[in-house]
Design a binder for this molecule. Structure first.
Ligand SMILES: [Zn+2]
Ligand SMILES: [Zn+2]
Length: 372
């Protein structure tokens, strides 16, 4: 048996309410005990002055493979994850073809095993071909290993389909992850609709487009008892309706991405398409609301919506460039400088939103340093 001892670190594991300096003994690949003195273990890692935490989990990553390997592959995306401290990720199924079948799930599992970087879990499509018309084979996909369901890239538009998705996923205790956007309100938009979009003469995407669908999804989750997870929340309005829904014990969770708690629509003054993403960068009041939501627990998870595009695609004029920004390698740094250092979150609070909370939402045995 190979013994590894991590010595003298500040061990923060929110799943056990643990935050103290101690030694962690690992036997082979499992946590074996705490408070063990160093006495000739095979490997001793000095962690004085460092934090020891469970590997981070990112439950919203676009790996682009299959179909758009010029943007990212499972190998490069999982390497980026590891570089950013993420040892488990959930990949989103808007690939080409979309991950809507057992075979497609198995392909991802195979490529992830071949890359051998981090653990890859799979969110599969809600609808066949991600077309929003017919429900995908939810039961079969769960058996293949799908941990959640989403048509992200686009919303599940048809309310009837969304209702049935909640009902089916409930049978397997899986969450439905929705990209909340009313497309009629955002057609042609490249940035948040507000003072800056007016000044710049750019087509806007109003906050209401997100708020309306967040409210619809909550109403349907409440009606069915289904498990709703609102993806990449970005508006003050949505944070508030989710806060109120949680008070009524609706089964809703949500996430925020680093760009939405660090940047505003003012960045678009540079006409740099790297700032073009969906949902768009919002106003400062929305940024403040997202931070308040993180602080009071309305927002459960910090994830990246890592969405790379090949340079030649992103380097087009604003209205032609695709939506999306990378995030895996910068997320933790932004959490430290924008949330922990200013005192919005403490370390255990921030780590909980990047380990235990996403693990619970997608139902995986990760995000903990518990013995075993
Ligand atoms: Zn999305
Ligand atoms: Zn996404």
């Amino acid at each position: 048996m190979k013994k590894t001892l991590i010595v003298g670190g500040r061990v923060i594991d929110p799943s056990q309410n643990l935050d103290r300096q101690t030694n962690v003994l690992i036997e082979d690949d499992r946590i074996a005990a705490y408070d063990v003195p160093s006495n000739g273990q095979d490997t001793i890692i000095d962690a004085h002055g460092k934090i020891v935490s469970p590997g981070l989990i990112d439950m919203h990553v676009h790996l682009r493979e299959p179909g758009r390997e010029e943007d990212e592959t499972i190998e490069t995306g999982t390497a980026a994850a590891l570089a950013g401290g993420f040892t488990s990720i959930v990949c989103i199924p808007n690939t080409e073809p979309p991950i809507d079948s057992q075979g497609a799930v198995e392909f991802i599992q195979h490529q992830a095993a071949r890359a051998d970087n981090c653990n890859v879990y799979i969110a599969a499509c809600v609808s066949k071909d991600r077309e929003g018309k017919q429900l995908a084979e939810i039961g079969q996909l769960v058996r293949a290993g799908a941990v959640a369901f989403t048509d992200d890239g686009t919303p599940v538009y048809d309310a009837e389909l969304m209702r049935r998705a909640f009902e089916y996923c409930l049978m397997f205790d899986r969450p439905v992850l929705n990209h909340a956007e009313v497309l009629e309100l955002t057609r042609g938009g490249v940035m948040h609709e507000g003072k800056t979009s007016m000044l710049l003469g750019l087509a806007g995407m109003p906050a209401a487009a997100e708020d309306v669908m967040t409210s619809r999804d909550i109403a349907l989750a409440e009606a069915t008892g289904g498990r709703l997870h609102i993806m990449h929340v970005s508006t003050a309005g949505s944070v508030e309706v989710i806060r109120r829904a949680k008070r009524r014990d609706v089964c809703v969770t949500t996430e925020v991405c680093p760009h939405h708690f660090t940047l505003t629509d003012e960045c678009l003054r540079q006409f740099d398409s790297n700032y073009k993403m969906s949902p768009p960068l919002r106003a400062q009041s929305d940024v403040d609301a997202c931070i308040a939501g993180l602080v009071d627990g309305t927002i459960d998870v910090i994830c990246t919506d890592h969405a790379p595009h090949a340079r030649e695609k992103k380097m087009q004029e604003l209205d032609r460039a695709p939506f999306g920004i990378v995030g895996l390698e910068t997320a933790l740094g932004l959490v430290v400088t924008k949330l922990i250092e200013p005192g919005h979150l403490d370390w255990p609070g921030a780590i909980a939103k990047m380990t235990m909370n996403p693990a619970r939402i997608v139902g995986i045995e990760r995000g903990t340093l518990a013995v075993g």
